[in-house]
Design a binder for this molecule. Structure first.
Ligand code: TRP
Ligand code: ZN
Length: 490
């Protein structure tokens, strides 16, 4: 039985490949994500983004900063013959596009930048697209009402967070979670803006700061595969400190305004930062070695900052203010689940949020808090009538519910239900094996169910169907039953 199902598990992969190849034959736009069909593009696979941004702060506050002449060079491999190709880009002005050093025609079409190279790119060819652009990036409002993309920061700075599709507000890219690439980001900032010192923080390690006259170019390198939604830029009056955390070089960027706010804020910040090393070590032991070359946190704040939530931006999570320990732990757990192991499509978001939330429970249970089992038992007593249970985490109805509470909490409960079913030994083997086998890769819910079954050596459909798909409280009698099955979607 398991053998046949293993074959079925490969089907979605083949389908994805076919769709991508078909899309590549036209001006391939839209990667086909069920929740964000316009984002992403078929026909090529990005290997590396080389980004140079020239940031110009606003002259007064409130005001938005702008990008002066900036470039993005996108190194990619064609997966089909490409007479034309598309990149995702929202707003901004494109001055020039080149493909392999030759000027290319281009056209803006909604949230796409369509590029027609001087000659078609052959399938399998490696090619480099360079986009020169500028303008004032604007944030996007998500279906759930939250703001993402390039957000105004404090003191004339900015902070860019991109989950799920905001990165296209400042970078022409293939904006789908399955096209990971390495990044080099050089951000030029005036040393002072509006009387404040400005610094620029991004993903990965700081390769250098090049000071030229009154400008400084901050060069950050993310040398492990990264989904575009995890790219970040934070510009502001940060204090940037390098130290080691969990055996990894770590940069901590903290808004200077927060540091001036007084001893209570400072001790909150210190407590948070002190949790980074232990959390990285804890998850490293549990899930396997930390997957990235750098770590740290970026904490933004201050008048005018528009960031209202934390994000697990790769290697260096971004926080809207001094984070509680549980939030730090959550975003660090995402480095394994979400950033290294990434859903192929957004409807599988519980593979990020359920795992990160469950990781918080594990951290607490091993650090003097209540056990995951007791947290689960308590939640399990909530009545079927409560909204708490919906939507089922494996069946998020649309992008508006992407970050619904149930995706986090019922997602985490699914993992505890699995643990209770298979026992600690097998369960922790599943988590670790999942993180290791899919390192830097993309995954689906069906693949997780399949993987867990293999490790457990038995069928677990009933458990996954019930916890991930059944509307209302699992086994609680509410809702109209659950005809869909995790297995059937393979
Ligand atoms: N991934 C974030 C987390 O750490 C959640 C998130 C991203 C989010 N965008 C959001 C939450 C918008 C609320 C609103 O959980
Ligand atoms: Zn999360």
């Amino acid at each position: 039985v398991l053998g046949r199902r293993a074959v079925l598990a490969l089907l979605p992969l083949l389908l994805v490949a076919t769709v991508a190849a078909q899309a590549g034959s036209g001006p391939a736009s839209g990667g086909g994500d069920p929740f964000f069909p316009g984002a992403g593009n078929g026909g090529y696979d990005v290997r590396h983004y080389d980004v140079r941004l020239a940031y110009l702060p606003p002259r007064s506050l409130p005001g938005r900063g702008r990008l002066g002449p900036s470039t993005a060079s996108i190194d990619a491999v064609a997966t089909a013959r490409l007479p034309s190709l598309s990149l995702d880009l929202v707003g901004l002005r494109v001055d020039r596009v080149e493909v392999d050093g030759r000027r290319a025609r281009f056209r803006r079409e909604g949230r796409e930048l369509e590029v027609v190279p001087s000659a078609p790119i052959e399938a399998g060819a490696r090619f480099e697209t360079t986009v020169r652009y500028r303008g004032a990036p604007r944030p996007l409002t998500d279906p759930d009402g939250s703001e993402e993309g390039w957000l105004p920061g404090h003191s004339g700075g900015a902070v860019a967070v991109g989950e799920p599709i905001g990165t296209a507000t400042w970078l022409p890219c293939n904006n789908e979670p399955s096209d990971k690439a390495t990044f080099s980001l050089r951000i030029a900032v005036p040393e002072r803006g509006l009387g404040r010192r400005l610094r620029a923080v991004s993903n990965g390690r700081l390769a250098g700061v090049d000071r030229r006259g009154r400008r400084a170019v901050w060069h950050w390198v993310a040398s492990r595969p990264m989904a575009t939604y995890l790219a970040t830029v934070a510009i502001g009056d940060f204090r940037v400190e390098k130290r080691r955390a969990g055996g990894v070089p770590a940069w901590f960027a903290i808004d200077a305004g927060l540091l001036r706010r007084g001893p209570a804020t400072r001790s909150l910040l210190r407590r948070g930062i002190r949790a980074v090393g232990p959390a990285l070590r804890f998850f490293g032991r549990l899930y396997g070695r930390y997957p990235f070359e750098a770590a740290g946190t970026t904490v933004v704040d201050g008048p005018g900052a528009k960031l209202e939530y934390a994000l697990e931006t790769q290697t260096r999570p971004t926080f809207p203010g001094p984070p509680r320990r549980s939030l730090i732990v959550h975003e660090l757990a995402h480095q394994w689940f979400g950033n290294s192991v990434t859903p192929r499509i957004w409807p599988d978001i519980w593979l990020n949020e359920g795992f990160a939330t469950y990781s918080e429970w594990l951290f607490r249970e091993r650090h003097g808090g209540p056990s995951a089992r007791s947290v689960f038992a308590k939640l399990r007593r909530r009545p079927p009538s409560e909204r708490f249970w919906n939507p089922p985490p494996g069946r998020v109805p649309g992008p508006r519910e992407l970050f619904a509470g149930s995706v986090y909490v019922r997602g985490a409960m699914t993992l505890e239900a699995l643990r209770l079913e298979v026992g600690d030994g097998i369960f922790f083997g599943i988590l670790r094996g999942w993180a290791q086998r899919n390192r830097y890769g993309n995954v689906s819910t069906a693949e997780f169910a399949e993987f867990a079954e293999r490790r457990a050596g038995r069928q677990l459909d009933a458990l996954f169907d019930r916890w991930l798909l059944e509307p209302g409280k699992p086994g609680g009698g509410a809702g109209a039953g659950a005809p869909a099955r995790v297995a059937a979607r393979r």
